[in-house]
Design a protein around this ligand. Structure first.
Ligand code: FAD
Length: 299
């Protein structure tokens, strides 16, 4: 079955959008802003916080980057108007990082001022390794303007522990994830146990200092192991949170974390670029195909 799922996931990218849509639906909170805001309201009502991502990476020109920035501005205002418990997550290549560093940085600065005005936090997502330095540079600049700007660190990158030492400060809000891009073994750890070890080390280092850790993983053993460490060290609940991607089926674990009084945030992607995102999710976890097929046939 696993082999069939993998083959199907690979061929999905050659199929028409209408065919892929049912597989994408659980992972993407719609195309329009109102759809995502309704999903976030529902998550908030169930006791989860959210972070909203407008799907997309890389833009063709500066005009397109401004359009994305304006969409994020609208999102920030709507979050405040509807009094939602949500931050936003931004990919800098979506704001033109690939076109021009300074242009992108200035757009991010504008967005930071708007976020500060409406008191909505921003997480700057981490992308593939050619962008790591530039992303941390923009982060270091914008966090001086608004303390609710957060960064992301990938546990698979060998450089991450060194980066953490450079970033560590009392304002640090850092999401630790394993890392999603296909990086070269010379810069990225490939062994799952080693990645998990580094993940734990990064979280423990943040929590042994003054920072705030966002523990972003669906790996239940890793979650349990970090949770045990946090419990033994008596770390205050306002120093960390757990984060998961919208639609990943792990209700039992999330309810358990919530019942222990921990903050749980759901990363909610939406927007017209749902197709590329979904293909990536399906290739990452071909098991999704059998979950969705089962649901379709149950209905
Ligand atoms: C909130 C959040 C934000 C993230 N932000 C970034 C970022 O900015 N930059 C970046 O490089 N990466 C980001 N990621 C992705 C991350 O780096 C991993 O690639 C991804 O989360 C899979 O790793 P895992 O920790 O869940 O562990 P794994 O060992 O890969 O998976 C653990 C278990 O969860 C299941 N699982 C994992 N992902 C899915 C899925 N999508 N659907 C269904 N089941 C799944 C697996 O099948 C496995 O059983 C983010 C992840 C999360 C949760």
């Amino acid at each position: 079955m696993a082999f069939i799922n993998t083959v199907l996931a690979y061929f999905m990218q050659f199929l028409p959008k209408w065919f892929v849509r049912p597989f994408a639906k659980p992972y993407v909170a719609g195309v329009k802003i109102d759809e995502v805001l309704d999903v976030v309201k529902d998550l908030n009502d169930k006791g989860f916080s959210a972070t909203i991502d407008i799907l997309g990476e890389f833009v063709n020109d500066e005009e397109e980057a401004v359009k994305v920035k304006n969409q994020y501005s609208k999102l920030i205002k709507s979050i405040r108007e509807r009094n939602l418990d949500s931050t936003i997550s931004v990919k800098l290549t979506h704001l033109g990082l690939d076109l021009d560093f300074t242009y992108c940085k200035n757009l991010m600065i504008e967005l930071t001022h708007e976020a500060k005005k409406f008191n909505v936090g921003i997480a700057i997502d981490m992308e593939n390794s050619p962008y790591t330095d530039s992303i941390y540079k923009v982060y270091s600049h914008t966090v001086k303007i608004f303390h609710k700007i957060g960064a992301v660190m990938q546990a698979y990158l060998r450089r991450s522990f060194g980066d953490l030492k450079n970033l560590n400060n009392s304002k640090l809000v850092l999401r630790i994830c394993k890392g999603i891009y296909n990086e070269d073994p010379s810069i990225a750890i490939k062994d799952k146990n080693e990645i998990n070890k580094n993940f734990k080390l990064l979280v423990q280092t943040i929590l042994s200092g003054d920072g705030y850790a966002c523990i972003a993983t669906h790996d239940i053993d890793l979650i349990n192991s970090i949770e045990r460490w946090i419990h033994n060290k008596n770390i205050s609940k306002n120093r960390f949170e757990f984060q998961v991607l919208y639609g990943v089926p792990m209700t039992k674990t999330l309810n358990k974390l919530k019942s222990k009084g921990y903050k749980v945030t759901v990363y909610v992607p939406f927007g017209s670029s749902w197709y590329d995102y979904s293909i990536r999710r399906l290739n990452e976890n071909p098991k999704i195909i059998s979950y969705v097929l089962k649901n379709i046939f149950k209905k």
